[in-house]
Design a protein around this ligand. Structure first.
Ligand code: F6P
Length: 358
């Protein structure tokens, strides 16, 4: 009997169910042993609290096209686990005990950066761990793409498409605040696909004068509405010079709501066009995976199963040079994958005449 535990950790996204289903299907098809699956409820919390359900391969049969996670997600206190205080150490101990008690052969973790760090820690403590790259932010180092990313691009693009028509009717400047935490991958891709006039990302602090120059140029050329794709983590050049503490104080004083609203406040006094902000928020993480993510998660799942059946643990399934592969977990958690200011997508966006705010 091959005993495999699954958990889905961090913020949810499209493709979690598909990735588990792909792994289970490939295990069942290729294993000589029977498979017993343990599904931990709500990510690492399920392991900590011994909160799990015994599952059958049939439970994964018809979930490829369904969003969210049948196991539920949670953001466990990653920081506490990475740099453990006494409470953190207890949590790690509980997870190891659960793993041993259930006599698992392997734990499959579907998660983003924080979840990968915890998986790496558990692996360093002797647990057999395999990870799958999940996040709409696409910021996991070592993989070119994570699942959820393209489904979220589709949704963010649709929001920009829809803003284009209403912005035009009302001659408005529309700011679409797009998710991505501290990285700009999602905004950059959706901004290009959604024909944004301006794309602002956290990795390139924006100069408001440059943003205005770009808007003025378009308006002089006859365009009377503007659509801006602004990542939730953007920061102005001015604010980027402040320390964390100074920035916090400034934002508290300004009554900072979000980066999109801050940008709107900076632009509004200079235009007769109304400036409006739209925050699609969690809509971008919700709903069903697109066809790309269904294919990707099915393929990633087969790789996870290969690793388990060949007893290659401590590995992160990844996409490298457009191929499904796996890299050692410590390599996957080395750093966060940020957009470089000279990334090809940035250069190409600029060549298309899109203002990046610098
Ligand atoms: O990491 C995915 C993500 O959606 C980020 O883009 C966003 O900053 C964050 O999660 C929001 O997290 P929560 O759902 O916990 O508010």
């Amino acid at each position: 009997m091959l005993k495999v535990g699954f958990l889905t950790s961090g913020g949810d996204c499209q493709g979690l169910n598909g990735a588990m289903r792909g792994t289970v299907k490939a295990l069942v098809t290729n294993s000589k042993e029977k498979i017993q699956i343990y599904g931990f409820n709500y990510g690492y919390l399920g392991m900590i609290n011994e909160d799990y359900r015994k599952m059958k391969p049939e439970d994964f049969e018809d979930i490829l096209n369904i969003g969210g996670s049948i196991l539920g997600n949670s953001r466990c206190p990653f920081k506490q686990i990475e740099k453990p205080d006494e409470q953190g150490r207890d949590k790690v101990k509980c997870m190891i005990e659960t793993y041993k008690k259930l006599e698992l052969d392997c734990l499959v973790v579907l998660g983003g950066n924080g979840s990968h760090k915890t998986a790496n820690l558990l692996s360093s403590k002797g647990l057999n761990v395999v990870t799958l790259p999940k996040t709409i932010d696409n910021d996991i180092y070592g993989t070119e793409v994570s699942f959820g990313f393209w489904s979220a691009i589709d949704i963010a693009t649709r929001s920009l498409d829809e803003l284009q028509t209403t912005a035009k009717s009302h001659k408005r400047i529309m700011i679409d605040e797009i998710m991505g935490h501290k990285t700009g991958w999602l905004t950059l891709h959706a901004g290009i696909a959604g024909n944004a006039d301006v794309i602002l990302i956290p990795e390139i602090p924006y100069d408001i004068k440059e943003v205005r120059k770009a808007i003025d140029k378009k308006m002089k050329a006859g365009k009377d509405y503007i659509v801006i794709a602004a990542a939730e983590g953007i920061i102005s050049k001015e604010d980027a010079k402040l320390s964390k503490k100074e920035l916090k104080a400034k934002r508290a004083e300004d009554g900072f709501i979000s980066a999109g609203y801050r940008l709107a406040a900076e632009l509004a006094p200079h235009y007769t066009n109304e400036v409006r902000v739209v925050v699609p928020g969690h809509v971008q993480r919700g709903g069903n995976p697109d066809a790309f993510d269904r294919v990707l998660t099915s393929r990633l799942g087969t790789k996870a199963a290969d690793l388990i059946l060949n007893k290659k643990f401590g590995m992160a399934v990844a996409v490298v040079n457009n191929k499904i592969t796996a890299i050692p977990l410590p390599q996957a958690v080395e750093k966060t994958k940020f957009v470089e200011p000279d990334d090809e997508f940035v250069i190409e966006a600029k060549k298309l005449g899109i203002c990046l705010g610098d």
